[in-house]
Write a protein that binds this ligand. Structure first.
Ligand SMILES: [Zn+2]
Length: 61
């Protein structure tokens, strides 16, 4: 799955704040995604991110 800046994804496990929707804020060697509920940003390797994604909510593949 190729993600672009601004894409929104749903993760399999919700964030501790209860949010499940994340926005991609950085792509490249590492990805940064921001929780759209609490605003927390986490950094993930592409592999780690691929395992967490349930589906693409918004954006084009
Ligand atoms: Zn959160």
């Amino acid at each position: 799955m190729q993600l672009k800046l601004g894409d929104k994804i749903e993760t399999k496990k919700p964030h501790p704040c209860g949010g499940k929707i994340w926005e991609v804020v950085r792509t490249g060697a590492d990805y940064k995604i921001r929780c759209t509920t609490c605003g927390r940003v986490i950094m993930l390797t592409p592999d780690a991110l691929a395992k967490r994604i349930r589906r693409l909510v918004e954006g084009t593949v």
